[in-house]
Design a protein around this ligand. Structure first.
Ligand code: G6P
Length: 609
């Protein structure tokens, strides 16, 4: 996590770097800082807390000059404070860093022995000192950086400036993302695409072990060992407006409302209507492999893991393959039974989550094939996988994931159709029914969004409580988990998701007049059983909030509040039931006055393990 930005060119660096940091604040907001070079001297401004604090400080202490680098922090080593804020300076070098230096204690001891004093508790500061130390020997900025990074173990994306060679910017990447934006006579670097979209759409995606030396006129990409690397920029289709709030109060609300469009975009161009077939352009896996598959592992973290749980229902039902779902941070520690007849399906919005990336490498290490469902083009996971199904959600800025989740569900549905067809488990008639339902999905989400006012109203009566229980059964159980996670993340109310049938094995003990129980109850084969759960809650004085797909379902007697979504086939129902739960969390959080887009302690991209 943490976001880094760099600029080299003729313009003043601070406004460009600051604007880039605004787009990266979702990555961390414990502190922020900028360094520029003016008349050969490095100037630094830093502030604890959100970027706003840095902006205020810059009004009193303007930073002029170019080039410039900046950072927004999610604390790992050293508590959130001004002294631990990046950039970190030593002996004429200044560094911003995203990642973790694993051997920093060893390096720190060795530097102290050589007389270095440290002004922060971070692992990053040692990089500046280590470069200074090497510079004393070689007298060359680039060589000193190469040598210093060669001694470092761990993950990093770094941007470095030097008073010794003030017309250069050096960046390098190992394990943390870094993208170069190519302008006219100027260059930008950032942890993520949206930070540069206002300036260029020509982007170069760096690989691990690459280092770039920039002057305003030119850049040279090499490996850390100094071998030249040739790369051509890719044109990014995301527009700058997509990374703006566009009149919405929060990014999260905007992204909830974008779902009909995001889902339509994820489907677009992937359906051949005449044959009722799905076409996946970057699938990258041969038919013979997919036909011979014996097992699928779906591996992900957080909200993407909830999508994975829904994927198991889809794939086992329609492609008739055993599916196991794993949390990425657990996967590689249990020696998974990956063989050459196994597919590891990774789901990641960012494509940069460290644990998911490690799971990818674990699967590849065992000669397994990997397919990724990803939202960020050319992200590490997308690049290292054998194939990708991109979700076309556009940039998701709100830390709590919304449109990325529902587009992941759609990508899983498309893959299920593709695989079910290939393996002869879904005939044309079935595929056509499923595809017709899919095409109707964006319109039905629009209808769900009309519940917004009613949900806001209901939120007033629910915001004071301390705990929530969410229940769902079958493919709605993952939605109960996701509903509970959304509420926890942004309102800080404790919430648990449970399979409805398990309520009697524990959670029922929690029920009293204070506990709202959100029950997801579409009309499917388990409806009666879930409705019985509602009665059990009511009988114990609990408050039932229900999400269902039929107004006349008799739920009015069983629930204090009922939200009714449109009907759709059961396989797609999880997409529709998600929408009211997103809105409910959103409105409760707004009423509680929390920071919806940047909830405390969280970060959107977890690039540390
Ligand atoms: C973080 C984010 C979540 C996200 C999870 C996995 O925890 O706050 O919203 O679901 O990481 O991220 P990924 O990018 O791999 O989907």
């Amino acid at each position: 996590m943490c976001g880094i930005v760099g600029y080299i060119g003729p313009q003043q660096a601070t406004p460009i770097v600051l604007d880039g940091l605004r787009k990266l604040e979702y990555r961390g907001y414990d502190s922020a800082g900028i360094a520029t070079i003016n008349q050969g001297k490095i100037n630094i401004c830093r502030a604890e807390g959100k970027l706003l604090n840095l902006e205020k400080r810059l009004l009193d202490q303007p930073l002029i000059g170019h080039p410039g680098i900046g950072h927004t922090r999610w604390a790992t080593h050293g508590r959130p404070s001004e002294i631990n804020a990046h950039p970190h300076y030593a002996g004429g070098f200044v560094v911003v860093h995203n990642g973790i230096i694993e051997n920093y204690l060893d390096l720190n001891t060795s530097l102290r022995e050589q007389g270095h004093n440290f002004s922060s508790d971070t692992d990053t500061e040692i990089i500046a000192h280590w470069i200074e130390e090497h510079y004393k020997e070689c007298g060359d900025f680039e060589s000193a950086v190469r040598k210093a990074l060669g001694d470092v173990r761990g993950a990093y994306a770094v941007a470095i400036l030097s008073e010794q060679e003030p017309d250069k910017l050096i960046v390098a990447k190992q394990g943390s993302p870094l993208v170069v934006g190519q302008g006219q006579g100027e260059f930008f670097v950032a942890s993520d695409i949206p930070a540069m979209l206002a300036h260029t759409r020509q982007m170069i995606f760096l690989e691990d072990g690459e280092l770039v030396v920039f002057t305003a006129e030119a850049m040279a990409i090499t490996t850390l060992a100094g071998m030249p690397v040739q790369k051509t920029p890719k044109t990014i289709t995301w527009s700058p407006v997509m990374a703006e709030k566009d009149g919405y109060r929060h990014f999260m609300l905007k992204e909830i409302y974008e779902q009909p469009r995001a889902i339509a975009d994820t489907i677009a161009g992937r359906i051949r209507e005449d044959q009722a077939e799905v076409f996946l352009e970057d699938i990258g896996l041969e038919d013979v492999f997919l036909k011979g598959l014996e097992r699928i592992y779906i591996v992900a973290c957080g909200t993407s893991w909830h999508a994975a749980l829904v994927g198991k229902f889809l794939l086992e039902k329609h492609a008739r393959i055993p599916v196991e779902v794993d949390i990425a941070s657990e996967f590689r520690y249990r020696d998974p039974l990956v063989t050459e007849k196994t597919l590891t399906l990774l789901i990641s919005q960012s494509g940069e989550t460290a644990d998911t990336l490690a799971a990818l490498r674990e699967a590849h290490g065992k000669a397994g094939k990997v397919l990724a469902i990803c939202n960020v083009v050319e992200s590490s996971i997308a690049r290292e996988s054998d194939g990708v199904i991109y979700t076309h959600a556009g940039p998701e800025i709100g830390v709590a994931s919304t449109k990325a989740f529902t587009t992941q569900l759609v990508a899983l549905y498309l893959f299920t159709l593709y695989l079910g067809d290939l393996r002869g488990n879904l005939d044309q008639q079935n595929r056509r029914t499923m595809l017709d339902a899919l095409v109707s999905l964006p319109g039905k989400i629009e209808e769900c969004l009309k519940l917004d006012d009613a949900i806001e109203q209901a939120a007033h009566g629910l915001m004071q409580v301390h705990d929530f229980l969410y229940l769902g059964r079958g493919n709605q159980y993952p939605i109960a988990l996701e509903g509970a996670l959304k509420l926890k993340e942004i309102s800080y109310i404790h919430a648990e998701g449970y399979p409805a049938g398990e309520m009697k094995h524990g959670p029922i003990a929690l029920i009293d007049e204070q506990l709202p129980v959100v029950v997801i109850a579409p009309h499917n084969e388990t409806f009666d059983k879930v409705a019985a759960n509602m009665e059990e809650v009511q009988a114990r004085g609990g408050r039932v909030v229900s999400v269902t797909d039929q107004a006349e379902s008799g739920l009015a007697d069983k629930a204090e509040i009922v939200f009714v979504t449109p009907k759709i086939i059961d396989d797609l129902m999880p997409v529709l039931t998600t929408i009211p739960l997103q809105l409910l969390s959103y409105h409760i959080a707004v009423l509680k006055g929390t920071d919806v887009d940047q909830p405390r302690n969280l970060a959107k991209r977890v690039t540390v393990e």
